[in-house]
Design a binder for this molecule. Structure first.
Ligand code: GH3
Ligand code: MG
Ligand code: MG
Ligand code: MG
Ligand code: MG
Length: 328
């Protein structure tokens, strides 16, 4: 919007943005080596209003997944056995690839381990179904498959996913709740161990937050938490985890980052927060800062608990040295 603006223009623009957000189509990625089936699925899903991406060559699976960032994945079990596993961070590519293989790789990656996966199979025996669930599928559908059943199953998966989000995300800040964050930190750390990558864990704690509450009121304190949550989410890469550990304390896991790089990133977030003008109820502007402690795998520890303790010691030092700083 260009100033000067009338209130009416603002209202119209805001409602347009909100509408866009609400009507953003649900994205579905379909992987099947049978082109005819792919096209049939596309027409059913497309007419139901989904945004569909088709993939017939599993070797391009990983890049397609990252490119389309789907909300749901439909995966054929019996894929062509002549192509090899897609290029992932995992070593040892197998000679052939099945839907099960893809399922397992996806579930090991913290960025995708929540993606709803519906598996399609020509077989309906119990073993196939069991093996699919064991590989990480959320639902198994047998071919041939009626459009009505397909759509019912898909919408039920998507609804369940929304319910998960409700139990995993902190409402006030929009970042993960502690339990979910701990799970994701653990899988990120395991991935770093397998891939011999670095991994940094940071604890952030708002400075003198009790004073903010006492001075401006609890609901203004909530606004501060909400704003910090937004800043953290904005700075998030796909391979990061951020969670609200409790009260005014946040934990971040950063895959592939050393302490030095992690501190740089956190410093940028701190700069952004400290430059932001919050407003008290009487209009008085005020600023907020946080302190941070960082620890790094493998130098400071091999498990989340040890890394957390090391980061907490650094946080304590940051507080003692005058707050509004990041220390490792
Ligand atoms: P320090 O710089 O040493 O961290 O000081 P501090 O005041 O931030 O630390 P302290 O642990 O003494 O106080 C934390 C405060 O955070 C106390 C608590 O009321 C407040 N708090 C925790 N959760 C929430 C919340 O959800 N909303 C609001 N408004 N305040 C919260
Ligand atoms: Mg097939
Ligand atoms: Mg404290
Ligand atoms: Mg604090
Ligand atoms: Mg605290």
């Amino acid at each position: 919007l260009q100033k000067p603006i009338t209130p009416h223009q603002v209202l119209v623009a805001v409602s347009q943005v909100l509408e866009q957000k609400n009507t953003l189509p649900t994205r579905i990625l379909v992987v099947d080596d049978n082109q005819m089936l792919l096209e049939a699925l596309e027409s059913v899903l497309d007419s139901a209003g989904y945004h569909v991406t088709l993939l017939s060559q599993p070797q391009h699976f990983w890049e397609t997944l990252e490119h389309t960032t789907p909300d749901l994945l439909i995966l054929d079990l019996e894929l062509s056995t002549t192509c090899s596993l897609p290029n992932t961070r995992e070593s040892n590519p197998l000679p052939g690839v099945t839907g099960w293989d893809l399922c397992q790789i996806i579930r090991r990656d913290p960025r995708w381990n929540r993606l709803p996966i519906v598996v399609l199979s020509g077989y309906t025996d119990v073993e196939t179904v069991q093996r699919s669930f064991a590989a990480g599928a959320d639902d198994v559908l047998s071919k041939p498959l009626g459009p009505k059943e397909l759509l019912t199953r898909i919408s039920s998966r998507l609804q369940q996913c929304q319910r998960w989000e409700m139990t995993e995300l902190d409402e006030l800040t929009g970042v993960s709740l502690r339990r979910k964050a701990l799970q994701d930190l653990t899988s990120l750390l395991h991935l770093a161990q397998r891939q011999q990558q670095s991994f940094s864990l940071a604890i952030l704690d708002l400075d003198h937050f009790k004073r903010i509450n006492d001075q401006y009121g609890h609901d203004i304190g909530d606004q501060v938490l909400n704003h910090l949550g937004k800043l953290l989410r904005q700075s998030l890469r796909p391979e990061d985890v951020v969670g609200r550990w409790g009260g005014e304390e946040f934990v971040m896991g950063m895959y592939g980052l050393t302490k030095t790089t992690a501190i740089k990133r956190l410093q940028e977030i701190l700069n952004e927060l400290s430059q932001y003008q919050f407003k008290a109820k009487n209009g008085t502007p005020f600023q907020v800062t946080f302190s941070g402690g960082v620890a790094q795998f493998p130098d400071d520890g091999n498990d989340i608990q040890t890394l957390y303790q090391s980061a907490d010691t650094a946080l304590y030092q940051a507080k003692a040295q005058g707050r509004s700083r990041i220390i490792s």
